[in-house]
Design a protein around this ligand. Structure first.
Ligand code: CTP
Length: 418
């Protein structure tokens, strides 16, 4: 019999007080079916929704509920010593806040403080709660510390409203668990240059041309590569995103600035992941002043092409692995194949950018991975952070067979600002 995906992995499943606690029952079954040894810990609010006995029977272990229990004594220490992963599903707003602040006033919150193992949190709450600025700040803090906080899903909520707050689908949580457990420092020694976000081309002092890219995919790749041990520089167009932990970010606006920033670091890199949605056109005669509307002739909108950064770096490559992203609205494979060849890439990630499920702006994405020496692999829709790991897996499998060359210093005159 082939080994199950989570065979021998010890997982602590923390269930907190949301109506979605009933979904943790099915999640527990799936974890156990995949071979995991699961201990369940519940907050007292969670026990209002589902009886601990349900989890006890399905896990085959007593449910951890009290900080000061007789058996085992100090359960938070025993559970965290042995765990490979803590999964919190559902994670309430209160649970996220306590974890971000390091509060430890019950068994579940004390597990977070006591543990050194990876933590995955699957939030569930009402849409208005998820949108609270305080919660957004806590989520950001947790992510900066390397805790994987999944995005809740949109749909009908227990309040009767429709919004973003539903527990992520079980397959998304399972993918996150597998990805976190497989977390290795398998990119250590690699020097990864990632571009992300849109570019912005001025028309005059206050107006500009840009596109709908949010930068989320590139930031997810930078985050994943850094967590897997790579040294990462992120050249970012204008976005609202905070820099991922342990990544050096360089902010740029125009395609020319992005080309210059990438060019300066290209010799240093072993892998370039060109996620940025570089604008293809810019105003030929931008005005440095604000053009008055009665003076408007339309001339500032005469357009010219920007440099194709990836094409130009491809011509200069010595040892670098080159990964491109294709934004396509139709004939995805045929157009992707052309780009792979024209830009002489090692891997191309093809995105569909039209319709409600466009790769632009969304939290999740449905991409096709196209390695130069392999067959195109269409992937199911998944959060961008998980897709980032799949992209790194593909690059590693197809392009990183030999260890990287001796670590080089960043080029002269470039200062690291963390
Ligand atoms: N790219 C680039 N410089 C540009 C345009 C695109 O480096 N001026 C890079 C993108 O970052 C991406 C890849 O080239 O990795 C493909 O970009 P895409 O927008 O899909 O295609 P284009 O090359 O712009 O071609 P087309 O507009 O014909 O689809």
């Amino acid at each position: 019999m082939s080994e199950k995906a989570l065979q021998g992995k010890r997982i602590v499943l923390c269930v907190t007080g949301s109506i979605a606690a009933y979904k943790a029952v099915s999640l527990l079954r799936t974890l156990v079916e995949e071979g995991a040894e699961v201990s369940v810990a519940m907050t007292s609010s969670a026990t209002q929704f589902v009886a601990p006995l349900t989890f006890e029977v399905l896990s085959g272990r007593p449910v951890l509920q009290r900080l000061f229990a007789d058996s085992p004594p100090l359960p938070h220490l025993r559970a965290t010593e042995e765990a490979d992963l803590i999964l919190v599903a559902p994670a309430t707003a209160n649970c996220l806040a306590k974890c971000a602040l390091g509060l430890a006033d019950d068994l579940v919150s004390t597990l977070f403080v006591a543990t050194r193992c990876p933590i995955v949190m699957a939030p569930a709450m009402d849409g208005d709660m998820w949108d609270q600025p305080a919660l957004a700040a806590h989520t950001q803090t947790l992510r900066e510390r390397g805790i994987m906080v999944l995005e809740p899903e949109e749909g009908p909520l227990a309040s009767g409203l429709v919004g973003k707050g539903r527990l992520p689908a079980e397959h998304v949580i399972m993918e996150a668990v597998r990805s976190r457990l497989a977390l290795r420092r398998d990119w250590s020694g690699q020097r990864v240059l990632v571009s992300a976000g849109p570019t912005r081309e001025p028309i005059d002092a206050v107006r500009f041309i840009t596109n709908a890219s949010s930068g989320k995919m590139g930031y997810a790749i930078a985050d994943a590569a850094a967590q897997r041990g790579a040294d990462v520089w992120l050249v970012s167009g204008p976005t609202a995103l905070p820099p991922p932990a342990n990544v050096t970010r360089v902010s740029v606006l125009t395609a020319d600035e992005m080309a210059h920033a990438l060019d300066a670091r290209f010799a240093w890199a072993t892998v370039l992941v060109m996620t940025a949605a570089v604008g293809d056109f810019r105003p030929r005669y931008p005005s440095s002043a604000k053009v008055k509307k009665h003076e408007w002739t339309g001339e500032p909108l005469a357009l010219e092409r920007t440099p194709d950064i990836l094409q130009s770096l491809s011509g200069k490559r010595t040892h670098q692995v080159l990964v491109g992203f294709a934004a396509e609205s139709e004939d995805l494979l045929a157009n992707g194949r052309k780009k792979l060849q024209q830009k002489n890439l090692d891997v191309l990630v093809i995105n569909k950018i039209t319709g409600a499920q466009s790769a632009f702006g969304n939290e999740s994405n449905e991409a096709i991975l196209f390695p130069r020496h392999g067959t195109p692999m269409p992937l199911e829709r998944m959060p961008k952070r998980l897709l980032a790991d799949r992209i790194l897996d593909t690059i590693k499998e197809h392009c990183l067979s030999s260890p990287p060359s001796r670590v080089q210093q960043p080029p002269e005159g470039i200062r690291r600002i963390r």
